[in-house]
Write a protein that binds this ligand. Sequence first.
Ligand SMILES: Cc1cc2nc3c(=O)[nH]c(=O)nc-3n(C[C@H](O)[C@H](O)[C@H](O)COP(=O)(O)OP(=O)(O)OC[C@H]3O[C@@H](n4cnc5c(N)ncnc54)[C@H](O)[C@@H]3O)c2cc1C
Length: 617
Amino acid sequence: MILPRASHTTWDAQDPNDTPDDINFYTWGLNGVNQWWNDEFSKGLFTTSCILVLFFFAVRISMDAMRHLRLLVLMSTDNSQRSQRYWSRPSPFSWKMKKYLWFAPIWKHRHNTEIQLSKAITIGTLPTRLHAVILGIYVISNVIYCTLLLDYSKPKRELVAEFRGRTGVLAVVNMVPLFLLAGRNNILIPLLKISFDTYNIIHRCLGRLAALQSVAHTAAWLINKVDAQGFEGVKKSLVESEFILYGMIAVAAFALIFVITPSPVRHAFYETFLVLHIGLAILILYTVWMHLKIDNLPQLPYIILAIAFWSLDRFIRLVRVFYRNISTKSMTKVKVEALDGDACRVTFELARPWTFKPGQHVYIYFPTVSYWQSHPFSLAWSSNVSKQGGVIQNKLHEEGYASGDLPIDEKNATIGPTTTQMSLLVARREGMTKTLYEKANAAPNRTITLRGFVEGPYGGMHQLESYGTTLLFAGGIGITHQLGYVRQLIEKYQAGACATRKITLIWVVKTTDQVKWIEPYMREILSMDKRREVLKVLVYITRPKADITQVSPTGSVELRPGRPNFDQIMDTEVAESIGTVAATVCGPGPFQDSVRAAVRNQLHRVEMDFYEESFTW
Ligand SMILES: Cc1cc2nc3c(=O)[nH]c(=O)nc-3n(C[C@H](O)[C@H](O)[C@H](O)COP(=O)(O)OP(=O)(O)OC[C@H]3O[C@@H](n4cnc5c(N)ncnc54)[C@H](O)[C@@H]3O)c2cc1C
């Protein structure tokens, strides 16, 4: 379809004498572009996205409702093994869906295990089967819209112009979810209870798609332009037309991002990648906006929406940092202690009281160590400390309250002003974490205090109190993600406020030194009232220096040498489980994949859900 010639004059160095019979006519403006179909396909992509969002929202709501109902019923009955049994039988549809789609890796076992070309070079991870289905639907829709649904009966120059319009429009349309999903404060995270990690996978896919579409858009323009005026014409357009220049800069930035995002580059130079990526993304937003604005093209609202999503996320992050760390009375203070086993305990004394949920993470900033960088860390432990000294939780326990039961004002009334302490365990890697560790390790008492800020909280969307049995698997520093759940479930068990009857923590570390990372927290957990009734802790040390096999007198805490056999553990735990089971895992990629495989092998036996947290993206 050839649209009537528009009155635009600045799109390109067009000749006013161009006619639809002349190839020059198809090198500028909306000539040859089928805007009606472009709008329809934009709507198609929007509808596809909305259907996917609504589907996952419906699934999330129904699963939450089911868990809530289960909790209510169990709480209003005796929560006995018999009452729990009713909920523990999986329906064939439910376990097959979970095993073969919901929790399935794309092929056999591999999802979080990096694909390695050599010891030093990895090329990323594979999506899960569900991710692959979602991404497949979206990518295939784009490919069909860009290639199959063109009018191939037209002469080449018209077809190329139509392709130019289609790819350009869809590249801009895809930038809306691309920028929405890049944000830490993406509204879809709490709405669908899908982690940032998963959106990151989709973000990367959308980014590559938009980059390829923008390259195709430019290539299509070049084909007609070179056919019409040769490379001289291209050069002239770049010099004389701002519209073309901005478009070219945008596509060059897209191409550069495409080159720097693959996993080996991203992981090898993460901070450089991040700075470059953000800089190029801003450049793309600006140049695409100018490209569309100069001639007021119909896709202008899309880019404005993408800019709005990006700016809003940055604004919320800034507000969170200010709000959390600066109050009229104080600023956040940080203490860093170097620990054996190549890690630090980082304790923030926060400027304002803060109630945390298990599974949450925060971003931390240490301007004197790593300038503007922000790094994500799971919250290992938190306590409200009286300003006169002493941990309030313990006092509340003595008084018969579970921590967090009292509103902060009441706490203040009984105990005086309080401050929240939040502790992280930071394993030494090669960048900021290494500098931090070395600074603390070289200081007297291996401890330093410094200025730092915290942003958050993020994550922590899953509640486990409606499951009769909870199995928490942690590999190395992944223990930080699990400690909060252990403490919360025991507290709720004490208060009779959860269905939990069994909690098993399985922690795998390399050395005995690493066990000491959580010594103070474990001491608190093991001294909790009634914990012997519900908690079992299995610690595996894969490289022990001596025979470390130990079993506590009650048999509830065990140290074992070597690697665990996850299939065997799952088999035993499921056989001994009470009610429904939640299995959660946090650790290195191969560790997570082994636990996932063991969980999938048991899904036919018991109603079980699987939650995983990754420490990398
Ligand atoms: C949700 C979440 C929770 C985490 N919780 C913990 C925890 O409790 N304890 C712990 O020790 N580690 C945790 N991590 C990992 C931790 O964020 C990284 O180890 C840390 O950022 C590495 O910093 P570095 O400069 O020393 O990294 P480098 O040695 O320079 O890079 C190592 C790897 O760390 C990752 N990384 C580096 N910088 C960042 C960044 N700014 N943002 C995201 N990833 C980055 C990259 O994958 C990179 O390949 C968590 C990660 C995530 C995503």
